[in-house]
Design a protein around this ligand. Structure first.
Ligand code: CAA
Length: 544
């Protein structure tokens, strides 16, 4: 427990306020929860009982401890009950006028030395602070949803905050077992600034028909994220998501934060996500069954000898498929055999690909090399074969047009060559029947196919790389250091790796290549590589 803070008030017991009250009570604090009326207070009590009840059901908390935690939380509808609190955290809806009114009220009822904190996720803490007579006692404490689970708390100081007030909140956060990241007052702070560009772009991607909601979510989960972006927005609440996007847009004028029209329509219709039972998804309905694909694995031919070709051959061998491959020379043929560790038919003659159901071109990302190889494959592949090209930063149609049968060509992008995800990319000319066949072939090879329009970056790179670029811009602006930025995303959103570390992992070359492809296609200024990213890449350096 913090030495200076013992009794803590929480104003607003919605999802976030109730979660914060629970965290504080678990941490041994006496908590006073305040809501506007008895109905809202009952709902708040319900949140607290449900959340702690879930922990009891899972055997994480004894019934006695649950009672002790709930017993430490006093509930009231009057601000007067906050009079002797050492700290009050406000968690009312994200409207500046409302928050300012709450702070004016708190300023009247609380002791002069009480620290007043706001859990705003995107509004200006400074604008809230100046509504009071004690702006030096105002701090931002931004918890993440679900507050009992997510470890990050962003601690925000304004230009007016006293170091003692900030220090008291930092001690409290650390004492609660959370990871505090202390930063200045900017819209979206670190985590939301990085998260909501991505979430809003995912909403726009769904709305434009680029991919289905299930495929967008599955693709991003396959990169290790705990939730897909549309599911996450339903968890956060579409009303909150809309407000956060608006607030960041107001400050940055970056149109990627201008809310996707679908977000506003859903909110207007009262479809706010999980809390109302429907948002991007409808809750409480049985999930559609997507059992494993039955049927034999296709015969597979692979052209190439790099890591991608090896990954495809390995997957095909694991699926029990009949596989052959073609490499540039005998040394490469031997290297592939060694890498896949199996007795697989291979050589330098493209005729080895002649009778295959699926032929995968998997050579280096060089348009002219890919085009001439596809033209040669076109000469030998049997009629009815599916021709797949592993382009990652080139439009698939540009490659398909190198053949005389573009209707049989699809893109096949493996964001992580050894991973389960396969982005399948039909072009404007691909025969729908070929796309369906390609999808079932890929599934039988043990991959999870998601369909993407033939747009730069497909799904994963289009959503991931601009977010990584945004993280570099925060770093470059000196707003937070690399460790704080990485901690924000790992502890705040459950990412397996922070963005700066992720850039070093995926390679700065690849990131810049994808950004250039995105920029060329959309002419979106924010897709231009951040200067620091480009310079480090040119210098052959990494971030760490
Ligand atoms: N309240 C309390 N505990 C909860 C909970 C809740 N609402 N939801 C889940 N949990 C607990 C479960 O009890 C469980 O605990 P144990 O491991 O101790 O048993 C644990 O969390 C895992 O839960 P589940 O097994 O039910 O579900 P899961 O493994 O799918 O995890 C998740 C659920 C923790 C929400 C996970 O999917 C996740 O991390 N998602 C990302 C969430 C995220 O990005 N949050 C940030 C949103 S942005 C934001 O909040 C800022 C803003 O300003 C808008």
């Amino acid at each position: 427990m913090s030495a200076s803070l013992r009794r803590v008030g929480v104003v607003g017991l919605g999802t976030m306020g109730a979660g914060i009250a629970e965290v504080l009570a678990r941490g041994g604090y006496d908590v006073v929860g305040v809501e506007v009326n008895d109905d809202a207070l009952q709902r708040g009590r319900g949140h607290l009982e449900k959340s702690t009840g879930r922990a009891v059901k899972r055997g994480k908390l004894s019934a006695g401890d649950q009672q002790a935690i709930l017993g430490r939380i006093e509930l009231d509808t009057s601000f007067a009950s906050l009079a002797d609190c050492d700290l009050v955290i406000e968690a009312v809806p994200e409207r500046l006028d409302l928050k300012r009114r709450v702070f004016e009220e708190l300023d009247k009822v609380c002791r002069p030395d009480t620290v007043l904190a706001t859990n705003t996720s995107s509004l200006s803490v400074t604008e809230i602070a100046v509504a009071t007579e004690r702006p030096e006692q105002i701090v931002g404490v931004h918890f993440f949803n679900p507050a009992p689970v997510m470890r990050l708390v962003e601690i925000i100081h304004t230009v007016l905050t006293r170091p003692e007030a900030l220090g008291a909140v930092q001690d409290l956060v650390t004492g609660l077992g959370k990871v505090g990241v202390t930063i200045g007052d900017r819209a979206g702070f670190v985590a939301n600034r990085l998260l909501f560009g991505y979430l809003n772009q995912a909403a726009a991607m769904y709305e434009s028909g680029h991919a289905t909601r299930e495929d967008i979510d599955a693709a991003m989960r396959a990169t290790g994220l705990p939730m897909g972006p549309l599911t996450l927005m339903d968890l956060i609440g579409l009303d909150v998501s809309l407000e956060v996007c608006e607030a960041i847009y107001r400050e940055t004028r970056d149109r990627r934060h201008a809310p996707a029209p679908i977000l506003r329509r859903l909110v207007t219709a009262g479809l706010l996500g999980r809390k109302t039972g429907r948002g991007f998804y409808t809750y409480g309905e049985p999930a559609a069954e997507t059992g494993p694909q039955a049927g034999e694995a296709p015969s597979v031919g692979v052209a190439g000898s790099g890591p991608l070709a090896v990954a495809v051959i390995r997957a095909a061998l694991r699926a029990g498929a009949d596989v052959s491959f073609v490499a540039g020379d005998e040394a490469k043929v031997r290297a592939v055999r060694e890498a896949v560790g199996g007795d697989v038919t291979g050589g330098t003659d493209l005729a080895l690909l002649a009778d295959r159901d699926l032929v995968v071109e998997a050579v280096a990302e060089d348009v002219s090399v890919k085009r001439s190889l596809l033209a040669a494959v076109d000469d030998v592949a049997r009629e009815g074969a599916v021709l797949a090209t592993t382009a990652s930063a080139v439009p698939v149609i540009e490659l398909a047009m190198a053949t005389d049968r573009p209707q049989d060509v699809v893109g096949l992008h493996l964001p992580d060559p050894e991973g389960e995800l396969a982005e399948l990319v039909p072009t404007v000319l691909t025969d729908p029947e070929v796309t369906r066949r390609a999808e079932s072939y890929v599934a039988r090879l043990g991959k999870h196919p998601v369909r993407s329009a033939d747009r730069a970056g497909f799904i994963v790179d289009a959503l991931r790389v601009p977010y990584l670029n945004d993280a570099v811009r925060l770093l470059e602006a000196g707003y937070a250091d690399a460790d704080a930025i990485d901690a924000a995303m790992t502890y705040g959103c459950g990412y397996p790796i922070g963005p700066i570390a992720d850039l070093d992992r995926i390679g700065l070359d690849h990131a810049v290549e994808v950004l250039r492809a995105l920029y060329t296609e959309y002419r979106e200024p924010a897709f231009a590589p951040a200067p620091l990213l480009d310079k480090l890449r040119t210098a052959g350096e990494t971030f760490r």
